[in-house]
Design a binder for this molecule. Structure first.
Ligand SMILES: Cc1cc2nc3c(=O)[nH]c(=O)nc-3n(C[C@H](O)[C@H](O)[C@H](O)COP(=O)(O)OP(=O)(O)OC[C@H]3O[C@@H](n4cnc5c(N)ncnc54)[C@H](O)[C@@H]3O)c2cc1C
Length: 182
C-alpha cells in the first residue's frame, strides 16, 4: 500500500466504536497510548440499533443501547481518546509500522492497531422478520430469550456456535424451531 501524501502517526488506532472498541480505548487511553477510534458507519455499534439492554452489569434498571454507548464513548474520551468519524478502507500490516487508510483518502500509520469491527446478525430475509424486529423477533437469543419466557413462547433458529448459545435460551422458551445444521 503506497502513501502519496504526508501521513499522521498515532500510537494506537482502534477500528470500530462498539462496546469492544470503546473498552479497548478506555484501557489504551489509561495506559497513555493516546488511542484514536475510527467509528465506521455505525458510531456506537450494534447496540445503537436496539432499545433496552437488560443484561449489562452495572445498570440495575437496564439501559437503552444508544444511551449506554454514549456512556462508553464519554468514558473513553474522559481519558483522552480521540473519536473520529471514518471508515477504514485499507490496511497494510506487512511493515514494522501499520498503515491504515480512512475513507479511501486519509492515510494514518500506527504502532498498534486494534480491530473491533464486530459482526452483523444473519437474518432469514423474511418481510415479517423486519416488520416485527424488536416486537417479538430477535437475532440474539442470549440477549432477548429472557423476554420470551413460557407461556408466551417463541421460535429460535440455530446455526453453529450461535445455535449452541440459542440452546441455552431455548430452555426457557415454549417452542423452538431449528433452521440449518444443528
Ligand atoms: C438489535 C440488536 C439488539 C441487541 N441487544 C443486545 C442486548 O440486549 N444485550 C447484549 O448483550 N447484546 C445485544 N446485542 C449484541 C451486541 O450489540 C453485540 O454483541 C455487540 O455490539 C458487539 O460489540 P462489538 O464492539 O464487538 O461490535 P459492534 O457493536 O458490531 O461494533 C462494530 C463497530 O465496528 C465499526 N466498523 C465496522 N467496520 C469498520 C471499518 N471498516 N472501519 C471502521 N469501523 C468499522 C462499526 O461502525 C461499529 O462501530 C444486540 C444486537 C443487535 C443487532
Amino acid at each position: 500500500m503506497e502513501f502519496k501524501q504526508e501521513v499522521e502517526h498515532v500510537q494506537c488506532l482502534i477500528i470500530g466504536s462498539g462496546p469492544a472498541g470503546y473498552t479497548a480505548a478506555i484501557y489504551a487511553a489509561r495506559a497513555d497510548m493516546k488511542p484514536v477510534v475510527y467509528t465506521g458507519i455505525v458510531p456506537g455499534g450494534q447496540l445503537t440499533q436496539t432499545t433496552e439492554v437488560d443484561n449489562f452489569p452495572g445498570y440495575p434498571k437496564g439501559i437503552t443501547g444508544p444511551v449506554m454507548m454514549e456512556d462508553l464513548r464519554e468514558q473513553a474520551e474522559r481519558f483522552g481518546t480521540s473519536v473520529r468519524f471514518g471508515y477504514v478502507t485499507k490496511v497494510d500490516f506487512t511493515g514494522e509500522v501499520h498503515r491504515v487508510e480512512i475513507d479511501g483518502t486519509v492515510q494514518v500509520t500506527a504502532d498498534t492497531v486494534i480491530i473491533a469491527t464486530g459482526a452483523t446478525a444473519k437474518w432469514l430475509g423474511l418481510e415479517s422478520e423486519q416488520k416485527y424486529n424488536g416486537f417479538g423477533v430477535s437475532a440474539c437469543a442470549v440477549c432477548d430469550g429472557f423476554f420470551f419466557k413460557k407461556p408466551r413462547g417463541c421460535y429460535c433458529r440455530c446455526w453453529g456456535y450461535s445455535g449452541r448459545r440459542s440452546n441455552i435460551s431455548c430452555k426457557i422458551m415454549l417452542k423452538s424451531t431449528y433452521v440449518g445444521s444443528p
